[in-house]
Design a protein around this ligand. Structure first.
Ligand code: MSP
Length: 656
């Protein structure tokens, strides 16, 4: 079982930004998942060096272009290392193996009559490294690079007969609907193919920086025709036929939505011309924006991934990018939201759970636990279901759903602790076995969640497994064996410093919520429970829940309230009270069924900004699955009055 995947290779005229890093992180998550699932996996990444902007940057710095690219390789490798990206090979388009492969493919295409001499006249955007038609420009500028003026080129060029392959490409799309994911990209490309294809220029005249055309060496090969071949060159095309046979065709090319066209039209046509098999799949991911703006060096809206990784380490960043962005769609990064998710998912939730269970195991059982009774059927069954949904999601590249399913197990484990209250069992001499089993079960659930989250947070999850007594080396983990619920053996639990201490930076100036208590001192343990390492003392610790029914800020923070916008609304047939709504909750669109029909007509709801409970388990109402709950006030059981905001707030904003 083999799996060969690649990312786009990056232009090296500047350091990686968070958007280019996003692609590499998600590819690494998929590669790590495939390894976990038992595949012999090969992840290729690399640098695209023959771009004119790269050449210009080297000249600006007074450097030889190759020496400049050498220095950039070190910068890229060091960023990928900081982000814990474990590629198997790194290709550069200036390497001899790449040059050999490019010249071989170009020579073959020429010999076959697929490359011919012609004349090009038209626009060229240097930043896209792409020829542009008049209709692609907005006010005479490339829409992706509005600060630059495209160049008008008049050149004798060599052309590749792309048009010749249009029908075969259309047939390939029809026979292999999985060839390009997600659907939205496939539809775009199908439209393009249906509208017809023109031959493309594959050489640039009068330039020195590039690979010479083997049959006309006074021309260099157009950077895209050169770069795409890296995927074949990286596994030996033209240099190591045995290696090439082992890995080609690639299983997956992961690329951004702006360059899907090159990968699903130009590249397959080049392979058809070379009579080589086509890659099995291309996934065109969306953009990561920064504070709602497209990330771009030239617009000054780019974010250095090293700066982000420096804040909480690489794993929280990897989790944020995977869990908060639906893979295939666009997403956004803001420092505020990043810190919030870090606190909610890691400090308060997963990290706190690990601290509490290991602390209690030490307080009550000297750190050693073995099964002492019936394992929790609820946790065991849920873990089976979570593993199934996780695998399905990962196999379909729904990375965000896979992450969310692992968190379902973490949430259920927190609930199990709250319900079984080991700190109370500890006071009951007849509940000794029960207490041991609760500690064992919660440690097991933590272990399982850590196995599932390993591709996303490799080093933290290895550490978490160590803390709950699982010392299997990361590269030896196998999903089939290690994601099965275990109820046997002795566990040595390790109590250590908090993995993800709560970040309080943004909370310093905040007013106390509701005027009582200090949110900066959010309780991270339950009343009566021993404090875990790194846990802040509970407000009102020592007061038993029976005497005081107030909930802690952490319990409140578990309820994720969000701003949502109503997109569609309709009455539920045969129901007086229910309305079915489609709402935008910032990261996705959801169906919510609410009992507000007696107070609001559907048309009054469309366009309205409301507040919803975002992390509520789905429920079926009149056969319709509702994913969330709308917040409304009711006075003495009267008609509901929707919660509203006194200013514009975007969907997805947190309410607290
Ligand atoms: N060199 C070409 C790719 C050649 S592949 C044979 C290129 N390089 S790039 O440096 O501009 O982009 C590298 C990858 O990062 C591309 O897949 C691109 O779509 C992706 N991204 C660039 N900005 C991005 C975001 N803001 N968000 C997500 N991905 C982004 O294109």
């Amino acid at each position: 079982m083999r799996f060969y995947l690649t990312t786009a290779i990056d232009y090296v005229n500047s350091r990686p930004h968070l958007g280019t890093a996003y692609e590499k992180i998600t590819a690494d998550v998929i590669a790590r998942y495939k390894r976990l699932a038992g595949f012999d996996t090969h992840l290729l990444m690399g640098n695209d060096e023959h771009s004119q902007n790269v050449y210009k940057r080297a000249v600006e710095r007074g450097m030889d272009p190759l020496a400049y690219c050498d220095s950039m390789e070190q910068e890229f490798r060091s960023v990928w290392k900081q982000l814990d990206i474990a590629f198997d090979d790194f290709i550069r388009t200036t390497q001899p193996r790449h040059k050999t492969a490019v010249q071989k493919l170009a020579q073959n295409a020429f010999a076959k009559g697929d490359i011919y001499e012609g004349f090009y006249e038209g626009w060229y955007c240097v930043s896209c490294e792409a020829f542009k038609q008049e209709k692609d420009l907005v006010d005479g500028k490339c829409p992706l690079h509005p600060t630059l003026t495209p160049e008008w080129l008049r050149e004798k060029n060599y052309f590749f007969r792309l048009s010749k392959y249009r029908d075969r490409l259309l047939a390939h799309f029809a026979e292999h609907p999985e060839f390009l994911e997600p659907d939205v990209r496939r539809n775009e490309i199908l439209k393009l193919l249906e509208s017809g294809l023109e031959d493309i220029s594959v050489s640039r005249a009068g330039q020195l920086w590039g690979i010479p055309l083997p049959f006309a060496p006074e021309n260099v090969i157009y950077v895209w025709f050169d770069a795409l071949i890296c995927y074949a060159a990286g596994v030996g095309y033209g240099t190591d036929e045995a290696l090439f046979k082992t890995w080609w065709p690639a299983d997956l090319h992961i690329v951004g939505k702006d360059i899907t066209r090159f990968h699903t039209v130009v590249w397959p046509a080049m392979l058809m011309s070379a009579e080589l098999p086509l890659p099995k799949q291309v996934f065109g991911h969306g953009w990561v924006n920064f504070g709602g703006q497209r990330m771009s060096k030239s617009l000054g809206t780019s974010l250095d991934p090293s700066d982000v990784a420096a804040k909480f380490g690489p794993d929280p960043l990897r989790l944020y990018l995977v869990k908060e962005i639906s893979y295939g769609g666009d997403g956004d990064f803001t420092w505020e939201r990043y810190e919030e998710r870090y606190n909610v998912d890691l400090a308060n939730n997963f990290g706190n759970l690990v601290s509490r269970v290991t602390a209690m195991a030490h307080q009550y059982r000297e750190g050693r636990v073995a099964p002492a009774g019936e394992t929790s059927a609820r946790l065991r069954e849920l873990s089976g279901e979570v593993v199934r949904t996780y695998r399905q999601a990962m196999d379909a590249f729904a990375l965000h759903e896979a992450a969310a399913s692992a968190f379902r197990l973490i949430d259920a484990t927190n609930l199990h602790l709250a319900e079984t209250a080991p700190w109370k069992l500890a006071k009951d001499p007849s509940a000794g076995d029960r207490l041991t089993q609760v500690l064992f079960d919660t440690a097991e659930a933590i272990r399982l969640a850590a196995v599932l989250l390993t591709p996303i947070m490799p080093s933290s999850c290895t550490e978490i497994r160590r803390r709950v007594g699982d010392v299997t080396a990361l590269h030896e983990l196998r999903l089939d064996r290690d994601s099965v619920w275990r109820n046997g053996g002795v566990r040595e639990l390790v109590k250590d410093a908090a993995l993800w201490p709560r970040s309080e930076e943004k909370r310093v100036d905040e007013k106390p919520i509701g005027g009582a208590g200090k949110p900066a001192e959010a309780p991270r343990v339950q009343a009566g429970e021993p404090a875990a390492p790194g846990a802040t003392q509970a407000v009102g610790a020592g007061v038993t829940p029976a005497e005081d029914n107030r909930i802690s800020i952490d319990e409140f923070m578990k309820v994720e309230l969000r701003v949502a916008k109503v997109l569609e609304a309709e009455a539920v047939p045969k129901s007086k009270k229910l309305v079915k709504m489609k709402v935008d909750v910032g990261t996705e669109q959801r169906t919510i069924v609410a009992g507000i029909a007696e107070a609001y007509q559907p048309e009054q709801l469309v366009g309205r900004t409301i507040a919803v409970v975002f992390n509520l388990k789905p429920a079926k109402l009149m056969g319709i699955e509702s994913n969330g709950m709308v917040l409304a006030a009711s006075v003495d059981g009267g008609k509901p009055i929707l919660v509203a905001f006194d200013q514009e707030v975007p969907p997805g904003a947190r309410v607290r």
